[in-house]
Design a protein around this ligand. Structure first.
Ligand code: PGA
Length: 253
């Protein structure tokens, strides 16, 4: 049985004051059914430490939106994985399409970042997904399989205990267009079959696969009830406590 995992990816939004208010409102609004769902928040780097303190004693886990592949050194502007651990992170998002698109992140870099995150003791949320054009051309499966192959090239079955996949069709991110639950399920099933071939059935069955792309209170239920959808990576709707809490609560049983 895979516990649904709902993660708020704040991206480059909010400020110190309203980030703190949002976290407090989320903590206050969580129902006791929270044990049926794992909840995570990924704030921007400068707020991580403060939010880590606010989350103390709550079941919510802290994550970062990215991290560098080097352990330390002359990489101006970058943040190392051990630094994330140092400020209380348990997770890191790697390979988000916005980083692939705007920061030139390749599968090779993604693989190096995964190795660095695992080495530091972080769990990884690995994002994959196709553009609208790729979907229209019918190469969607080749694209996501290629991203998995490139990202997980160095991984062994045991590593998969620390890796969560997030299927995020690029055409659905921040656009208000969501993949239908059937479209998403189809890709999730494909990803799990890929994992089975690469790591074996038993491992594939335990890996959680989140869906991401315009997840809202109005569509989470139909997504989460699909057999291979094990949670959501939520952007826009994670910026208000009410919407995020509705998504969390609707994911619980
Ligand atoms: P969105 O973003 O929910 O705003 O579409 C999702 C994501 O990019 O993780």
């Amino acid at each position: 049985m895979r516990t649904p995992f709902i993660v708020g990816n704040w991206k480059m939004n909010l400020n110190k004051a309203n980030a703190a208010t949002l976290v407090q409102d989320i903590i206050t609004g969580l129902h006791t059914s929270i044990h049926e769902v794992e909840v995570g928040l990924c704030p921007p780097f400068p707020y991580l430490e403060r939010i880590s303190k606010l989350l103390e004693g709550s079941p919510i886990v802290l994550g970062a939106q990215d991290g560098h592949w080097a352990e330390h050194g002359a990489y101006t502007g970058e943040v190392a994985m051990p630094m994330l651990v140092d400020v209380g992170c348990r997770y890191v998002i790697i390979g988000h399409s916005e980083r692939r698109q705007h920061s030139g992140e390749t599968d090779f870099i993604v693989a190096k970042k995964i190795a660095a995150a695992l080495e530091a003791g972080l769990r990884v949320i690995l994002c994959v997904g196709e553009t609208e054009e790729q979907r229209d051309q019918g190469v969607m499966e080749d694209i996501v399989a290629g991203q998995l192959q490139g990202a997980l090239v160095e991984c062994f079955p045991d590593d998969m205990a620390s890796i969560i996949l997030a299927y995020e069709p690029i055409w659905a991110i921040g656009t208000g267009k969501t993949a239908s639950s059937e479209q998403a399920q189809e890709v999730h099933e494909f990803l799990r079959a890929w994992l089975s071939r690469r790591f074996g059935d038993a491992t594939a069955e335990t890996v959680r696969i989140q869906y991401g792309g315009s997840v809202k209170p109005g569509n989470i239920r139909s997504l989460i009830t699909m057999p291979d959808i094990d949670g959501a990576l939520v952007g826009g709707a994670s910026l208000t406590a009410e919407a995020f809490l509705q998504i969390v609560h609707q994911s619980a049983g």
